[in-house]
Write a protein of this length. Structure first.
Length: 94
């Protein structure tokens, strides 16, 4: 967790702990910490992937001196992502 070495990251983490309290979920960095990252399992990652990946929401943009055929070989795995159709978002409550 290289981010721990950054003074700005340390200050931000400390600020969140002071603001929300050390046991509040918002005091944990969005990238996690050693405890939360070590607790992740392959099944957790697969479940997240299956729940969030949706072909209808994907865009792949590539720039550079590359051939389409060359890139398509590397992106073939995207053909396995399901198209779950339109995504319905909840309106935020005011």
């Amino acid at each position: 967790m290289q981010m721990q070495m950054s003074a700005a990251a340390l200050a931000g983490n400390l600020y969140s702990k002071l603001l929300y309290g050390k046991d509040h979920i918002l005091s944990v960095p969005v990238s996690g910490n050693a405890k939360t990252v070590e607790a992740l399992t392959l099944e957790d990652v697969k479940a997240y992937y299956n729940a969030t990946m949706n072909r209808s929401l994907m865009s792949v943009v590539l720039l550079g001196d590359v051939k389409k055929e060359q890139i398509m070989l590397h992106l073939a795995f995207l053909n396995t992502v399901q198209n779950k159709g339109a995504v319905k978002y909840d309106e935020p409550s005011v």
